[in-house]
Ligand binder design. Sequence first.
Ligand code: PRX
Length: 655
Amino acid sequence: MTEAKLEALLKESRSFPPSAAFAANANAQPSIYAEAAADPQAWWRTQADRLTWEHAPTTTLEWDLPFAKWFSDGTINASVNCLDRHVAAGKGDKVAYYWVSDIEGESRTITYRELLAMVAKAANAFTELGVKRGDRVAVYLPMIPETVVTMLAIARIGAIHSVVFAGFSADALSSRILDSDCQYVVTADAAMRRGTPSPLKPAVDEALQSCPNVKTVVVVKRTGADINWVEGRDHWWDDVMAPQSDQHTPEFFPAEQTLLIMYTSGTTAKPKGIFHTTGGYLTHCAATYHYIFDHKVDTDIMWTAADIGWITGHSYIVYGPLVAGATQVMYEGLPDSGGRDRWWKIIEEFKVTKLYTAPTTIRTLMKWGDDLPASHDLSSLVLLGTVGEPINPEAWMWYRKNVGRDNCPIVDTWWQTETGGIMVTPLPGITATKPGAAMTPFPGISVDVVDNEGHSVGNGEGGYLVVTAPWPGMTRGIYGDPERFKATYWERFPGMYFAGDGAKRDPDGDIWLLGRIDDVMNISGHRLSTTEVEHALVGHPMVAEAAVVGASDETTGQAIVAFVTLKLSAEQATQDQAPLIEELRQHVAKTISPIAKPRQIILTPDLPKTRSGKIMRRLLRDVAEHRTLGDVTTLTDPTVVNMIAGLLETNGSED
Ligand code: PRX
């Protein structure tokens, strides 16, 4: 094994084919792979026919590496594709969203006709406030219907939305507003979190002290919280919408019109303003939504349990499902707003058929116990999905058994803000899925796993995940910084898109993601993935969650330090944990290899995570190496890090 390759050590032999009934009715049938492979660009062109174009494109791809144009002579309007065409087709009374409040018992049902009327009013209002084609509008809103309305209204008039996750700080907001020179902000007084208002407007007020170009702020009243008001600048949403007509004649724009900017959630360096254009992005969202979520327009109730402030929300709460005319649940609250069985109640009440969420949430739900999902009727579910990080086999199996009743295909979907839509995934009616594997590229997508020199690795070997051909949903760049775009993604392996993730091909050639490359550890010359060690730890019955980092070590170069959260009863929590720590180290040695045995295991009640739920390994590395801590502004709970640093002195097990 050369240094360049990642060791691929964790073995998994379980595999779950779809039921015969699911396979027979699936939107994607096995021939799809060969059809797409025969001529990927032509295949994508047929997928573009899922959209309504004013002028249908006659061009497909223009490729000037790394800058792509797709369908560039087509003209289109994103909002028309999400709304007008469904209403025109007689589907106006179909429910677009069942919006479910943080507060139990509160919900709103919004049809396609109603959503169109709200978007038309908002498009008229934004136009009156001065928003023009190409202008950037920052959107700092919680999970409420007005967020979708705002995005679609901005898109409708050819402006560009830059949605900033409502959990971000004033500093994070102002740097994003400044980076893409947004002149308008849409926000709310507060978000509702577990029944209590969590202020948003104060962060906008603070952010705007350093953003002199923002002259207009529109404020949705969500909670009625007391807020500061800047006369002339601030406008209540209801006041600007009330006088507007609910009719709006849309303009059509070239396919390469920029639709959105989304700053990557990065745990390091300055955030990158990833931008997407209209025709290619919508085509990618529409095709992946149709085939991967096996969309059935008359029966589906889709629930993407993610925040609209992330790309998952953009592609699979807004654009993909709305283009398809889907009915969805959109949930405002936290998994335990109103109780730890809130999710199961929502699935039961709205008869959700497809659930798409992140492994970190699945592990939280798992920690809360099997009896909660068991006490609700989840029989409406037919398909489950995951996204955002590698899912450990135990969580995958738990999801399958306790949520899917051993009866729902699971799609583990790998993609990124930069890719726009899903790239590597099972197809639910075709693939025999393996717990923890993203499996195969989506039809029309070419990916590879390569070594340091950019050569494909063999089956059973690990390396770097790359995309080897352009695709419609690919980012068109980093806003205002084409050089950084080239340097970040296209120079590591010339001619290929470098995703920054480690991956392995198993003996069957199927793809498993191994986490970010900067999370790779080098132990005595063995390059090990933090993910596999974490999965081994979480495979122990006492472990709820684990984060693993490589800390520098005089003898081995790096050594493995594991931060572990246990599932403990009150009585167990008071016992001496030293024997358990030793047992966990042996468990990893046995499950993976003695070289993967953690030098040190630190027990902690919680792990530091970014607001999108990713574990901040960089901080844990700092803690493990006793360095001064890095930037913690994106941490959900900054105190966790200091607490962990304290524990390192007291409860670590070091040889
Ligand atoms: O490391 C991969 C991980 O999330 C990164 C992309 O993060 P972001 O741009 O915030 O988008 C998240 C939602 C698409 C990837 O580089 N990731 C995403 N999905 C998976 C994953 N890692 C393993 N398995 C996945 N299914």
